[in-house]
Design a binder for this molecule. Structure first.
Ligand code: ZN
Ligand code: ZN
Length: 376
Protein backbone atom coordinates (compact mmCIF):
# COMPACT_ATOMS: atom_id res chain seq x y z
CA UNK A 1 0.00 0.00 0.00
CA UNK A 2 3.05 2.26 0.33
CA UNK A 3 3.40 4.83 -2.43
CA UNK A 4 6.42 4.82 -4.69
CA UNK A 5 9.11 7.22 -3.49
CA UNK A 6 9.74 8.64 -6.96
CA UNK A 7 6.03 9.22 -7.36
CA UNK A 8 5.80 10.97 -3.98
CA UNK A 9 8.47 13.45 -5.01
CA UNK A 10 7.32 13.53 -8.67
CA UNK A 11 10.80 12.89 -9.99
CA UNK A 12 12.15 10.60 -12.73
CA UNK A 13 13.81 7.33 -11.67
CA UNK A 14 17.17 8.67 -12.81
CA UNK A 15 16.77 12.04 -11.09
CA UNK A 16 20.00 13.57 -9.75
CA UNK A 17 20.52 14.22 -6.04
CA UNK A 18 20.03 18.01 -6.48
CA UNK A 19 16.81 17.31 -8.42
CA UNK A 20 15.60 15.11 -5.57
CA UNK A 21 16.57 17.74 -3.06
CA UNK A 22 14.67 20.47 -4.80
CA UNK A 23 11.69 18.16 -5.40
CA UNK A 24 11.59 17.38 -1.69
CA UNK A 25 11.85 21.06 -0.85
CA UNK A 26 8.90 21.80 -3.13
CA UNK A 27 6.76 18.97 -1.69
CA UNK A 28 7.67 19.75 1.91
CA UNK A 29 6.80 23.40 1.48
CA UNK A 30 3.50 22.59 -0.14
CA UNK A 31 2.51 20.32 2.72
CA UNK A 32 4.25 22.19 5.53
CA UNK A 33 2.08 22.21 8.67
CA UNK A 34 2.44 25.98 9.02
CA UNK A 35 0.71 26.39 5.71
CA UNK A 36 -1.90 23.71 6.33
CA UNK A 37 -2.76 23.98 10.01
CA UNK A 38 -4.76 21.02 11.25
CA UNK A 39 -4.81 19.31 7.86
CA UNK A 40 -4.09 15.63 8.55
CA UNK A 41 -3.67 14.78 4.88
CA UNK A 42 -1.00 17.42 4.42
CA UNK A 43 0.79 16.22 7.53
CA UNK A 44 0.80 12.68 6.11
CA UNK A 45 2.22 13.93 2.82
CA UNK A 46 4.80 16.00 4.63
CA UNK A 47 6.03 12.89 6.44
CA UNK A 48 5.81 10.77 3.31
CA UNK A 49 7.98 13.24 1.41
CA UNK A 50 10.56 13.20 4.23
CA UNK A 51 10.74 9.42 4.09
CA UNK A 52 11.08 9.42 0.30
CA UNK A 53 13.80 12.02 0.53
CA UNK A 54 15.61 10.08 3.23
CA UNK A 55 15.82 7.01 1.00
CA UNK A 56 16.39 8.61 -2.40
CA UNK A 57 19.06 11.01 -1.14
CA UNK A 58 21.10 8.12 0.26
CA UNK A 59 22.86 6.36 -2.66
CA UNK A 60 23.02 3.01 -0.87
CA UNK A 61 19.40 2.98 0.26
CA UNK A 62 18.32 4.22 -3.13
CA UNK A 63 20.12 1.36 -4.90
CA UNK A 64 18.37 -1.19 -2.68
CA UNK A 65 15.02 0.50 -3.17
CA UNK A 66 15.51 0.53 -6.96
CA UNK A 67 16.15 -3.21 -6.93
CA UNK A 68 13.84 -4.56 -4.26
CA UNK A 69 11.33 -1.80 -3.61
CA UNK A 70 9.99 -1.13 -0.12
CA UNK A 71 10.62 -4.74 0.94
CA UNK A 72 14.37 -4.27 0.56
CA UNK A 73 14.47 -1.51 3.15
CA UNK A 74 14.10 -3.40 6.39
CA UNK A 75 16.10 -3.70 9.59
CA UNK A 76 18.97 -1.25 9.82
CA UNK A 77 18.16 0.10 6.37
CA UNK A 78 14.52 0.84 7.17
CA UNK A 79 13.60 4.49 6.79
CA UNK A 80 12.87 6.21 10.07
CA UNK A 81 9.17 6.83 9.44
CA UNK A 82 9.10 10.21 11.13
CA UNK A 83 6.42 10.59 13.72
CA UNK A 84 6.70 14.32 14.19
CA UNK A 85 7.35 17.41 12.16
CA UNK A 86 10.14 18.39 14.57
CA UNK A 87 11.97 15.14 13.79
CA UNK A 88 11.84 15.93 10.11
CA UNK A 89 13.04 19.47 10.64
CA UNK A 90 15.98 18.38 12.76
CA UNK A 91 16.88 15.64 10.29
CA UNK A 92 16.57 17.68 7.09
CA UNK A 93 16.77 21.25 8.25
CA UNK A 94 19.95 21.66 6.20
CA UNK A 95 17.89 21.44 3.04
CA UNK A 96 16.08 24.54 4.18
CA UNK A 97 18.98 26.60 5.38
CA UNK A 98 21.51 25.92 8.10
CA UNK A 99 19.16 24.08 10.42
CA UNK A 100 16.77 26.98 10.72
CA UNK A 101 13.08 26.25 10.91
CA UNK A 102 11.04 26.46 7.75
CA UNK A 103 9.03 29.27 9.22
CA UNK A 104 12.06 31.42 9.84
CA UNK A 105 13.50 30.70 6.48
CA UNK A 106 10.39 31.40 4.49
CA UNK A 107 8.97 33.95 6.85
CA UNK A 108 5.43 32.64 7.11
CA UNK A 109 5.19 31.91 10.78
CA UNK A 110 6.30 35.26 12.10
CA UNK A 111 9.47 33.94 13.70
CA UNK A 112 12.63 35.97 14.11
CA UNK A 113 13.88 37.42 10.87
CA UNK A 114 10.36 38.59 10.09
CA UNK A 115 10.62 41.92 11.92
CA UNK A 116 9.11 42.94 15.27
CA UNK A 117 7.05 40.25 16.93
CA UNK A 118 3.34 40.47 17.63
CA UNK A 119 2.40 40.73 21.33
CA UNK A 120 1.43 37.56 23.17
CA UNK A 121 -2.16 36.90 24.07
CA UNK A 122 -3.17 36.91 27.72
CA UNK A 123 -5.73 34.88 29.61
CA UNK A 124 -7.80 35.74 32.63
CA UNK A 125 -10.86 34.61 34.48
CA UNK A 126 -13.93 36.67 35.31
CA UNK A 127 -16.49 35.58 37.90
CA UNK A 128 -20.19 36.40 37.72
CA UNK A 129 -23.13 35.65 39.95
CA UNK A 130 -26.07 33.86 38.39
CA UNK A 131 -28.12 37.07 38.55
CA UNK A 132 -25.37 39.06 36.79
CA UNK A 133 -25.23 36.39 34.12
CA UNK A 134 -28.99 36.67 33.57
CA UNK A 135 -28.86 40.46 33.19
CA UNK A 136 -25.47 40.92 31.57
CA UNK A 137 -22.73 42.79 33.42
CA UNK A 138 -19.72 45.02 33.07
CA UNK A 139 -16.73 43.85 35.08
CA UNK A 140 -13.44 45.53 35.77
CA UNK A 141 -10.33 43.42 35.48
CA UNK A 142 -7.05 44.45 37.02
CA UNK A 143 -4.03 43.07 35.26
CA UNK A 144 -0.40 43.77 34.61
CA UNK A 145 0.84 43.54 31.05
CA UNK A 146 3.72 44.81 28.91
CA UNK A 147 2.68 48.01 27.17
CA UNK A 148 4.35 50.18 24.60
CA UNK A 149 6.93 52.43 26.33
CA UNK A 150 5.60 55.99 26.36
CA UNK A 151 9.06 57.53 26.53
CA UNK A 152 10.30 56.09 23.25
CA UNK A 153 6.90 55.23 21.74
CA UNK A 154 8.01 51.65 21.39
CA UNK A 155 11.08 52.35 19.28
CA UNK A 156 13.49 51.44 22.10
CA UNK A 157 15.71 54.39 21.20
CA UNK A 158 16.43 57.19 23.69
CA UNK A 159 14.35 60.28 22.76
CA UNK A 160 16.28 62.51 20.43
CA UNK A 161 18.23 59.59 19.08
CA UNK A 162 17.10 56.99 16.64
CA UNK A 163 17.99 53.52 15.66
CA UNK A 164 20.15 53.23 12.59
CA UNK A 165 19.96 50.82 9.74
CA UNK A 166 21.94 47.66 10.35
CA UNK A 167 25.04 47.85 8.23
CA UNK A 168 25.50 44.09 8.20
CA UNK A 169 22.22 43.25 6.46
CA UNK A 170 21.55 46.77 5.09
CA UNK A 171 18.27 46.89 6.95
CA UNK A 172 16.82 43.75 5.43
CA UNK A 173 16.96 41.75 8.68
CA UNK A 174 18.04 38.69 6.76
CA UNK A 175 21.22 37.63 5.07
CA UNK A 176 21.65 35.40 2.07
CA UNK A 177 24.37 32.85 1.69
CA UNK A 178 25.05 30.61 -1.23
CA UNK A 179 25.59 27.04 -0.18
CA UNK A 180 26.23 24.96 -3.23
CA UNK A 181 22.99 24.60 -5.08
CA UNK A 182 20.87 26.80 -2.84
CA UNK A 183 20.68 30.41 -1.87
CA UNK A 184 19.96 30.30 1.84
CA UNK A 185 18.42 33.05 3.86
CA UNK A 186 18.79 33.40 7.63
CA UNK A 187 18.06 36.06 10.24
CA UNK A 188 20.79 38.68 10.48
CA UNK A 189 22.99 37.82 13.49
CA UNK A 190 23.91 41.44 14.22
CA UNK A 191 20.45 43.01 14.45
CA UNK A 192 18.64 39.72 15.22
CA UNK A 193 16.37 40.21 12.28
CA UNK A 194 15.25 43.73 13.20
CA UNK A 195 17.04 45.47 10.33
CA UNK A 196 18.02 48.27 12.71
CA UNK A 197 20.42 48.65 15.64
CA UNK A 198 20.19 50.91 18.69
CA UNK A 199 23.24 52.88 19.78
CA UNK A 200 21.51 54.63 22.71
CA UNK A 201 18.65 52.57 24.12
CA UNK A 202 15.74 54.25 25.92
CA UNK A 203 16.42 54.51 29.65
CA UNK A 204 12.87 53.60 30.68
CA UNK A 205 12.52 50.33 28.80
CA UNK A 206 16.19 49.46 28.23
CA UNK A 207 15.58 49.37 24.50
CA UNK A 208 12.80 46.80 24.66
CA UNK A 209 10.16 49.35 23.67
CA UNK A 210 7.79 47.85 26.22
CA UNK A 211 7.29 48.28 29.96
CA UNK A 212 4.98 46.41 32.35
CA UNK A 213 1.93 48.42 33.46
CA UNK A 214 -1.01 47.73 35.75
CA UNK A 215 -4.34 48.33 34.08
CA UNK A 216 -8.02 48.18 34.87
CA UNK A 217 -9.92 46.93 31.88
CA UNK A 218 -13.69 46.89 31.54
CA UNK A 219 -15.27 43.78 30.08
CA UNK A 220 -18.85 43.84 28.91
CA UNK A 221 -20.41 40.46 29.45
CA UNK A 222 -23.53 39.70 27.45
CA UNK A 223 -26.59 38.36 29.27
CA UNK A 224 -27.09 34.60 29.05
CA UNK A 225 -23.39 33.74 28.77
CA UNK A 226 -22.56 30.19 29.80
CA UNK A 227 -20.05 29.07 32.36
CA UNK A 228 -16.71 28.34 30.65
CA UNK A 229 -17.31 30.58 27.62
CA UNK A 230 -14.51 32.93 26.57
CA UNK A 231 -14.69 36.59 25.65
CA UNK A 232 -11.94 37.86 23.38
CA UNK A 233 -10.82 41.43 23.84
CA UNK A 234 -8.98 42.23 20.67
CA UNK A 235 -5.67 44.05 21.14
CA UNK A 236 -5.83 43.97 24.97
CA UNK A 237 -2.98 41.45 25.35
CA UNK A 238 0.72 42.28 25.51
CA UNK A 239 1.96 45.10 23.33
CA UNK A 240 3.87 44.00 20.25
CA UNK A 241 7.55 44.66 19.81
CA UNK A 242 8.34 48.06 18.38
CA UNK A 243 4.83 48.94 17.38
CA UNK A 244 3.83 45.49 16.13
CA UNK A 245 0.23 44.34 16.62
CA UNK A 246 -0.64 43.68 20.26
CA UNK A 247 -1.95 40.29 21.40
CA UNK A 248 -5.51 39.64 22.53
CA UNK A 249 -6.98 39.13 25.98
CA UNK A 250 -9.12 36.06 26.53
CA UNK A 251 -11.47 36.14 29.54
CA UNK A 252 -12.93 32.88 30.66
CA UNK A 253 -16.30 33.40 32.30
CA UNK A 254 -17.22 31.59 35.51
CA UNK A 255 -20.86 31.73 36.55
CA UNK A 256 -21.88 31.06 40.15
CA UNK A 257 -24.79 28.88 41.20
CA UNK A 258 -28.25 30.10 42.13
CA UNK A 259 -30.06 28.85 45.23
CA UNK A 260 -33.31 28.27 43.30
CA UNK A 261 -32.54 28.09 39.62
CA UNK A 262 -30.54 25.80 37.45
CA UNK A 263 -30.23 26.19 33.70
CA UNK A 264 -30.67 23.97 30.70
CA UNK A 265 -29.50 25.90 27.67
CA UNK A 266 -31.50 29.11 27.89
CA UNK A 267 -34.28 27.57 29.96
CA UNK A 268 -34.44 28.19 33.68
CA UNK A 269 -35.52 25.34 35.89
CA UNK A 270 -36.91 25.62 39.39
CA UNK A 271 -38.90 23.53 41.81
CA UNK A 272 -42.14 24.89 43.27
CA UNK A 273 -43.88 23.31 46.25
CA UNK A 274 -47.70 23.36 46.14
CA UNK A 275 -50.31 21.99 48.50
CA UNK A 276 -52.57 19.06 47.88
CA UNK A 277 -55.53 21.46 47.69
CA UNK A 278 -53.77 23.71 45.13
CA UNK A 279 -52.88 20.69 43.03
CA UNK A 280 -56.44 19.35 43.19
CA UNK A 281 -58.43 22.54 42.79
CA UNK A 282 -55.98 24.61 40.72
CA UNK A 283 -54.40 27.88 41.84
CA UNK A 284 -52.68 31.07 40.82
CA UNK A 285 -49.39 31.28 42.67
CA UNK A 286 -46.37 33.59 42.74
CA UNK A 287 -43.03 32.07 41.93
CA UNK A 288 -39.58 33.68 41.73
CA UNK A 289 -38.36 34.76 38.30
CA UNK A 290 -35.31 36.56 36.93
CA UNK A 291 -37.20 39.89 36.84
CA UNK A 292 -38.95 39.42 40.17
CA UNK A 293 -42.16 37.53 40.79
CA UNK A 294 -43.99 35.63 38.11
CA UNK A 295 -47.58 34.43 38.15
CA UNK A 296 -47.95 30.72 37.62
CA UNK A 297 -51.31 29.09 36.87
CA UNK A 298 -51.54 25.65 38.36
CA UNK A 299 -54.33 23.85 36.54
CA UNK A 300 -56.90 21.73 38.37
CA UNK A 301 -55.71 18.20 38.91
CA UNK A 302 -52.00 18.89 38.53
CA UNK A 303 -49.86 15.89 39.37
CA UNK A 304 -46.81 16.13 41.55
CA UNK A 305 -43.71 16.34 39.36
CA UNK A 306 -45.51 18.05 36.46
CA UNK A 307 -43.51 20.73 34.67
CA UNK A 308 -45.29 24.00 33.93
CA UNK A 309 -43.77 26.34 31.36
CA UNK A 310 -43.72 30.13 31.39
CA UNK A 311 -42.84 31.12 27.85
CA UNK A 312 -40.07 33.68 27.39
CA UNK A 313 -39.34 33.94 31.11
CA UNK A 314 -35.99 32.14 30.91
CA UNK A 315 -32.55 33.45 30.00
CA UNK A 316 -31.73 35.62 26.99
CA UNK A 317 -29.67 33.89 24.35
CA UNK A 318 -26.06 35.06 24.50
CA UNK A 319 -26.13 35.69 20.75
CA UNK A 320 -29.14 37.90 21.31
CA UNK A 321 -31.95 36.31 19.33
CA UNK A 322 -34.30 34.32 21.49
CA UNK A 323 -35.19 33.96 25.14
CA UNK A 324 -35.62 30.69 26.95
CA UNK A 325 -38.56 29.61 29.11
CA UNK A 326 -39.02 29.25 32.84
CA UNK A 327 -39.83 25.66 33.70
CA UNK A 328 -41.47 25.17 37.08
CA UNK A 329 -41.56 21.65 38.36
CA UNK A 330 -44.38 21.47 40.88
CA UNK A 331 -44.05 19.18 43.84
CA UNK A 332 -47.12 18.42 45.92
CA UNK A 333 -46.23 18.65 49.56
CA UNK A 334 -48.00 16.51 52.07
CA UNK A 335 -48.90 18.50 55.19
CA UNK A 336 -47.07 17.27 58.27
CA UNK A 337 -49.37 18.96 60.74
CA UNK A 338 -53.10 19.38 60.45
CA UNK A 339 -55.42 21.45 62.56
CA UNK A 340 -58.33 19.62 64.16
CA UNK A 341 -60.69 21.06 61.58
CA UNK A 342 -58.43 20.10 58.70
CA UNK A 343 -58.14 16.58 59.97
CA UNK A 344 -61.93 16.27 60.26
CA UNK A 345 -62.41 17.50 56.73
CA UNK A 346 -59.72 15.23 55.37
CA UNK A 347 -61.23 12.22 57.08
CA UNK A 348 -64.59 13.12 55.66
CA UNK A 349 -62.95 13.43 52.28
CA UNK A 350 -61.33 10.03 52.67
CA UNK A 351 -64.73 8.50 53.46
CA UNK A 352 -66.13 9.80 50.20
CA UNK A 353 -63.20 8.18 48.45
CA UNK A 354 -63.89 4.93 50.28
CA UNK A 355 -60.17 4.59 50.67
CA UNK A 356 -58.69 3.17 53.80
CA UNK A 357 -56.92 5.69 55.98
CA UNK A 358 -55.24 5.15 59.30
CA UNK A 359 -57.47 5.88 62.27
CA UNK A 360 -57.28 9.19 64.12
CA UNK A 361 -55.06 9.39 67.16
CA UNK A 362 -58.04 10.05 69.35
CA UNK A 363 -60.12 6.97 69.65
CA UNK A 364 -57.41 4.84 68.08
CA UNK A 365 -57.70 2.20 70.76
CA UNK A 366 -61.48 2.25 70.58
CA UNK A 367 -61.29 1.63 66.86
CA UNK A 368 -58.82 -1.19 67.49
CA UNK A 369 -61.35 -2.78 69.84
CA UNK A 370 -64.08 -2.34 67.25
CA UNK A 371 -62.00 -4.15 64.72
CA UNK A 372 -60.64 -6.95 66.84
CA UNK A 373 -63.12 -6.94 69.73
CA UNK A 374 -65.02 -9.95 68.36
CA UNK A 375 -61.96 -12.10 68.79
CA UNK A 376 -61.71 -11.33 72.52
ZN1 ZN B 1 11.37 53.16 25.91
ZN1 ZN C 1 21.10 43.25 10.42
Amino acid sequence: MKRDYYEILSVARDASIPDIKSAYRREALKHHPDRNPGDKDSEKRFKEAAEAYEVLSDPEKRKIYDRYGHQGLTGARAPQGYSSVEDILSAFGDVFGGGSLFGEFFGFSGGSGGGPRRGSSLRCEVRLSFAEMAKGATKTLSLRRPETCETCHGTGARPGTSSRTCSYCHGRGVIQQRQGFFALQTACPRCEGEGTVLDTPCADCGGAGRVPRSRDIEVKIPAGIEDGMQIRLSGEGEAGERGATPGDLYCEVRVGRHPLFSRDGNDLLCEVPITFAQASLGAEIDIPGIDGRERLSVPRGTQSGSVLRLLGKGLPDVRGRTTGDLLARVVVETPKRLSKRQEELLREFAETEESSVSPGRKGFFEKLKELFGTND
